[in-house]
Design a protein around this ligand. Structure first.
Ligand SMILES: [Fe+2]
Ligand SMILES: [Fe+2]
Length: 147
């Protein structure tokens, strides 16, 4: 499996999780519950973001630089982290819900941006063999995380 395929598959799983959270969020009654949902997203996203940064953004840095987007995607990761952390500081259920919704929208836009720019770029400039090797590294990292 190519690393780009693995990362897109993770986006699909995350979109499904966001769909569920968006459905239940209006029924959640306490800030503590919203914080738990934010922590869940944070926990899943961290491994995904780490894999992207080491397996794609690093090797593609010079190509991303040429299109003026060298730091864009890592910056978006930091912005999403900041949005999710802000949920922990919310003082009302209304504010917590608004912040979590904003974090989910930021994630969805970020995934879309990667799927339009980074993954097609990787498919263009990297050999199929390289993408498969990086996919094998991704699999090893996931297996290590489960173990
Ligand atoms: Fe990302
Ligand atoms: Fe991603």
């Amino acid at each position: 499996m190519k690393v780009t395929e693995a990362l897109v598959a993770e986006h699909v799983v995350l979109h499904n999780m966001f769909d569920y959270i968006e459905r239940v969020l209006p029924t959640v009654r306490t800030v503590a519950e919203v914080r738990l949902l934010a922590a869940l997203i944070e926990g899943v996203l961290i491994e995904h973001a780490r894999a992207e940064e080491s397996l794609l953004f690093g090797p593609l840095a010079h190509c991303l630089e040429q299109i003026g987007q060298r730091d864009t995607f890592e910056l978006e990761h930091h912005e999403i982290d900041a949005c999710l952390s802000a949920v922990a500081r919310a003082r009302s259920i209304r504010e917590a819900r608004r912040l979590l919704n904003a974090a989910i929208v930021a994630c969805r836009n970020h995934f879309d941006h990667e799927e339009r720019v980074v993954f097609p770029l990787a498919e263009r400039v990297m050999k199929g063999e390289t993408l498969a090797k990086l996919g094998a590294v991704w699999t090893k990292q996931r297996e290590a995380a489960v173990a």
